[in-house]
Design a protein around this ligand. Structure first.
Ligand code: NAP
Length: 329
């Protein structure tokens, strides 16, 4: 066994929502470090949700799948019992919702509390929760190129609700509820707060953040949206979760943004990498470009992470979208 694999040997950890984009990478890296992974999925009989996990190195001996659903009280008990750490990633991430409460808010908030109650029952010492920059950056403060967003920022639920940013609201309320629960119940919690996550897909289905890049390159639109987002590689996000457990001093929240870039800049990078790819050259509105801002890397670097550059992440995403058949180039 290599030295990386030795780190987790003999230790069992739990990953919720394991078939998802970020969680699949987390399971892969945990198995590579020698951990036994107790992974929850909603449907253990759906090959689209499980085959790519069973195919991972080490899965045959050290991956155990459990069926669990966020709104089913106690359904995470079996997977969590016997784990040294729980990585809670499961949460719905999509934008086209009809009933925000039922589809996003309840699974995010009540689902997180359901998982944390199971952690409490099992006396889990440290829980790592996948939060989001959505829970950090959406408040009344201006975001302009001179502004540095950091872990002291919190999104304001009233503003998210007023703007009908339901996914942003779901992550803001879920993180807040999780902090209250962990403080009241005395276990250690760390949150990882990534921005838009891109990079290679392990799962066969298209996830919401990879779709953002796909929509820019598949000819589906003649314009690009007037948005500025932070971007981060999925491999960095997965590793950050693991370091948040393995590094004893890890604490609080960790913002994860390699770079904030406007969609026009993303398209410039894509054009440099793939000059023959027809990409939109007009912005969807005539207003000034939504400004970029900065996000502090100090805290995430303190875990020992060097973030993969945006250009590499974009290239890896496009190559993966091609390989998975979402794009014919
Ligand atoms: N991707 C990003 O840009 C990004 C950025 C910041 C934070 N995050 C957070 O990262 C986490 C994973 O997101 P992702 O991008 O990997 O998305 P994803 O691929 O859609 O994964 C979401 C996971 O949550 C599970 N889930 C959703 N509703 C559930 C329910 N009611 N019961 C049980 N499981 C449920 C899904 O299970 P099924 O497969 O059965 O649907 C899936 O495994 C989420 O907490 C998300 O908010 C993502």
């Amino acid at each position: 066994m290599s030295s990386a694999a030795a780190i987790g040997a003999g230790k069992a950890v739990c990953v919720t929502g394991a078939s998802g984009y970020i969680a699949s990478w987390l399971v892969k890296l945990l198995l590579a470090r020698g951990y036994t992974v107790r992974a929850t999925v909603r449907d253990t009989d759906d090959p689209k949700k499980t085959l790519h996990l069973h195919a991972l190195d080490g899965a045959k001996d050290r991956l155990h799948l459990f069926k669990a659903s966020l709104l089913e009280e106690g359904s995470f008990d079996a997977a969590i019992a016997g784990s040294e750490c729980v990585f809670h990633t499961a949460s719905p991430f999509y934008h086209n919702v009809k009933d925000p409460k039922a589809e996003l808010l309840d699974p995010a908030v009540e689902g997180t509390l359901n998982v944390l109650r199971s952690c409490k029952k099992a006396s889990i010492k440290r829980v790592v929760v996948t939060s989001s920059m959505a829970a950090v950056a959406y408040n009344e403060k201006p975001r302009t190129p001179d502004v540095v967003v950091d872990e002291t920022w919190f999104s304001h639920p009233e503003l998210c609700e007023k703007n009908q940013q339901w996914y942003v609201l779901s992550k803001t309320l879920a993180e807040d509820a999780a902090w209250k629960f962990s403080k009241d119940n005395g276990f250690e919690m760390v949150t990882i707060n990534p921005a838009m996550v891109i990079g290679p897909l392990l799962q066969p289905t298209l996830n919401t953040s990879a779709e953002v890049i796909l929509k820019l390159i598949n000819g589906s639109s003649s314009t690009y949206p007037n948005f500025s987002f932070g971007w981060i590689n999925v491999k960095d996000v997965a590793l950050a979760h693991i370091l948040a457990y393995e590094v004893p001093s890890a604490n609080g929240r960790y913002c994860m943004v390699e770079r904030v870039a406007h969609h026009s800049e993303i398209l410039k990078i894509i054009h440099e990498l793939y000059p023959n790819l027809p990409v939109p050259d007009k912005c969807a509105d005539d207003g000034p470009f939504v400004p970029t801002y900065q996000v502090s890397k100090d805290k995430i670097r303190s875990l020992g992470l060097q973030l993969i550059p945006l250009e590499t992440s974009i290239k890896e995403t496009i190559e993966s979208l091609k390989e998975k058949g979402f794009l014919s180039l």
